[in-house]
Design a protein around this ligand. Structure first.
Ligand code: NI
Length: 184
């Protein structure tokens, strides 16, 4: 396993539409393991392959609480096949937009179809944090970031701030409220 660098906005790669995985082979399994290691190290609770500059439809996640044993999950070619009409608001963050958190409204429940580590098709009905996290990560595969769900004013302010910091090669100062569980 190896740690891979996480790319941040305004990197244009974060806006690409990622390619489906045609075959789950050794290369994809190494990618999954590297992604999990990179996510745990960050630390985050979810990571899409494009965040380490690999434009493939692969997501890893672990929503286990800090004092519980790890529960690594992998989703290959995940797609939302159903979303609830009810929504919930959750404060999200993203490893590719470090130290920025904002409330996002999304469907509160989703059903997701995906391939597991062995290449078998699975369906998962999710609610709560898992539903929010799945939608956040599947957005990444389509070049969509959580800031795209905010008002244009908020989004443009964030992009401007990070673009300026990237040019100056400066770290971003933390802002906004902080809570224990955050989507990455
Ligand atoms: Ni993210």
């Amino acid at each position: 396993m190896a740690l891979r660098p996480i790319i941040c906005i305004p990197d244009p790669l974060l806006r690409v539409h990622c390619e489906p995985v045609l075959k789950i082979d050794e290369e994809i399994r190494v990618l999954m393991d590297d992604m999990l290691e990179t996510m745990y190290e960050a630390p985050g609770i979810g990571l899409a392959a494009i965040q380490i500059a690999i434009p493939k439809r692969v997501v890893v996640m672990d929503l286990a609480k800090a004092d519980h044993p790890p529960e690594p999950r992998v989703f290959v070619n995940p797609e939302i096949i159903w979303s609830s009409p009810e929504t919930r608001i959750y404060e999200e963050g993203c490893l590719s937009i470090p130290d920025y958190y904002e409330e996002v409204e999304r469907p509160s429940r989703v059903c997701v179809r995906y391939l597991d580590r062995e290449g078998l098709t699975q369906e998962l009905e999710a609610d709560g944090l898992l539903a929010t996290c799945l939608q956040h990560e599947i957005d990444h595969l389509n070049g969509v970031l959580f800031i795209d769900h905010l008002s244009r004013l908020k989004r443009e302010r964030v992009i401007k701030k990070y673009t300026k910091a990237a040019k100056l090669n400066e770290p971003i100062a933390p802002s906004g409220p902080r809570t224990r569980d955050r989507i990455r």
